[in-house]
Design a protein. Sequence first.
Length: 380
Amino acid sequence: MATTAIETATAKLSVENDFSKYEFANLKPYVHPPETKENLPWSELVTLDLEDYNRSGGKERLAKQLEHAFYVKNFGLDQERVDRQFTLAKHFFELPTSEKEKFEIDYKAADYNGWRRPGRSLIADGRDAIEIYNIPKFTDDFKGKYDQPDLLKAHLPEIEEFQRALHANVVLPLLRLFAIVLQLPDEEYLVKQHTYEKKSEDHFRYMVYHARTEEEWAASKYGATGGHTDLGTVTLLFRQPVAGLQILGEDGNWTWVSAQPGTITVNLADTISHLTGGWLKSSVHRVVAPPKDQREYERTGLLYFARPHNDTQLLPITDSLVLQESGVKPRFEKIVTMEEWVRAKQTLQLNPEIAAKRWAERGDGKVEVLAGFHDQRYKE
Ligand SMILES: O=C(O)CCC(=O)C(=O)O
Ligand SMILES: [Fe+2]
């Protein structure tokens, strides 16, 4: 194989910093756990084949298949590159706490980039066993703001390339499909609100759900109370063999997302809903205890959260015929920017003490996130 620019850049970094022990040849590769043999009520999600995107009539065909949750395949990143990111995630979480806490999140500032230690979750009763590492965009706005452990420093060119590929190959094409569904005169309308180079809070995430004892699962009600919507435009989740993710259907039933080979699961999230006055719906989802035959495994995740520019006003798009005809209304009592929305929702997500107090204020299972917009608790 020819040497790529990424390989050259990584090799140079390695020589300059003696990162040789972090080269992939010296990192034990991540091995995906086996799939469950249990017969679970699986979600019937459609798969959008992004290879169709550039064919004649392809975008229109794909746009017709959009739902609040779906898979995409053929997104231009082969399994080897995806697995290298799983390997980095595994080795990152295996670092000692004393190392990881050097990169710990500033919870009070609702700044989610960096390492989130276990036990800070709003979405489960009892303490969660989840660790997260969020990596911002590779743009001037974030340059020098967040340090990385040497393990990841050694691979930043590849992480950047991976993140940019997700944005270009998945997020932007999906935004054009939304524009088609919304009958926007400008197919680039949403794309222009999601420029990679402009300041926005998109981020790439490594995540691990540690295995838990039966008692621990029972204390957190097996994750059943964790229903939520994500705050951005769309969330991309890489194929996850350890079952756990469930999606709430319109019929009020939770179904399990299965591990389709070569796919990413896409969840629509709050911001695309805000921009369409609730016409496009966020996917309500939760992560529950894996089936018995997978409980022993750690559940390692790779995710990408797409968000519009921080200065985007979260109002329904005005030049959509579809939205005009359905008479949608703004979802906030005042003009709210993406930056304000992110801060409001992240404050609740990162600070369990603040969240518990705010959820208790109304006492009806709802919380005011910002300017008259409420999140609700979903039933078990
Ligand atoms: O791990 C998953 O499958 C989903 C995680 C999730 O819902 C989230 O981080 O918002
Ligand atoms: Fe989520």
